[in-house]
Design a protein around this ligand. Structure first.
Ligand SMILES: [Zn+2]
Length: 339
């Protein structure tokens, strides 16, 4: 989801963000809308949606009902065609937001607004700002022109300099419950097996809304089969990596993360979070060869791999190396046999 792709439709509203929208609307009524928001979200929870909603709030021409969603200004914001709204994302050929883009944005924000009201800038994903770009944003954050609203949407705000973070009001978005996500998806996309989609994607309804439910469920099941087989030494890491890199790799990697998270949770339930107290480094039950530390490490590496997919590297080899970590080493296997 980005300015280049499909935008989040502003209706139906996201009930799990109601506390944030109510607080922003109240601040706006008092004339105390913050100049800079940092919207911290998990992917697919609605950060971009909230940024656009805030842009409507600031630019709506119906002061009593802002955002009314019906006036020309609100409709232009929803279509990303309001002259006082700038949406900044990485250029198509890049993963980063560059300093030139920030300079253009700050120059635009310094101009008088077309509608005689606010100027709004949305930066999404803001964690794509490189160091120089983030520093170029500082001056605007320190001395924002009157009636300016900057909304930074980030899934990993820790990638931004503390000087930037400290000048934004942080909104931490919580994930919806499964019931809230299902109700919203049914309203937004109609009936479908959204439960199966969320099982694969996690509680990320805005990602789910863009997915083909049948395809996601199929890939989720296929990925789970592969990972179970790898962990049981019943699959070949080379062939599996080749299969995964051929299609839908980002989605499959998400499945990998969920599969690992599920196992971490299971280990937690089984009390295996005290591996030091155990005689051997092996877990009981499922895949006795992976201990907690290895699981966390692997989860971190899969996440890292998923965020670097656009960087030229041999994906097949990198993925194969991750798969091999699931396969018990001969030593570990002999250890299991001895138990
Ligand atoms: Zn309006």
């Amino acid at each position: 989801m980005s300015a280049n792709g499909a935008m989040p439709a502003l209706s139906p509203p996201l009930p799990w963000l109601a506390a944030h929208t109510a607080a922003l609307a109240a601040a706006h009524r008092r004339g105390r809308l913050p100049a800079a928001l940092l919207i911290h979200e998990a992917p697919g929870v609605g950060g971009e949606w909230l940024a656009l909603w805030a842009a409507q709030l600031a630019l709506c021409t119906d002061a009593a009902a802002a955002p009314c969603a019906a006036c020309t200004a609100c409709r232009r914001v929803a279509a990303l065609q309001h002259p006082d709204l700038t949406w900044m994302a990485p250029a198509e050929d890049s993963r980063q937001i560059r300093i030139e883009q920030v300079r253009d944005l700050t120059a635009e924000l310094a101009l008088t607004s077309h509608g005689g009201g606010y100027k709004v800038g949305i930066i999404a994903p803001a964690d794509a700002l490189n160091r120089f770009a983030a520093n170029a944003l500082l001056k605007t954050l320190e001395e924002p022109p009157a009636r300016t609203l900057l909304a930074l949407v980030a899934t990993q705000p820790s990638r931004l300099p503390p000087t930037v973070l400290s000048r934004c009001q942080r909104l931490r978005l919580t994930q919806p419950t499964r019931a809230e996500a299902l109700a919203w998806l049914a309203a937004a996309r109609g009936t479908g097996d959204w439960n199966a989609v969320l099982d694969v994607l996690g509680e990320a309804p805005l990602l789910a809304a863009q997915a083909d439910p049948g395809e996601v469920a199929e890939i989720g099941a296929d990925a789970r089969r592969t990972l179970d087989a790898l962990a049981a030494t019943a699959a070949d890491p080379v062939a599996a990596a080749e299969h995964w890199t051929r299609s839908q790799l980002p989605l499959r990697l998400l499945c990998f993360e969920n599969w690992l998270t599920e196992r971490l949770r299971r280990s937690e339930r089984e009390g295996a979070f005290l591996p030091e107290l155990r005689a051997g480094p092996y877990l009981p039950g499922w895949g006795a060869f992976l201990n907690i530390r290895e699981l966390f490490g692997l989860l971190e590496e899969v996440r890292e791999f998923r965020t670097t997919l656009e960087v030229p590297l041999n994906r097949g080899l990198a993925l194969e190396a991750l798969f091999r970590r699931l396969v018990p080493s001969p030593r570990a296997r002999s250890g299991v046999r001895q138990e």
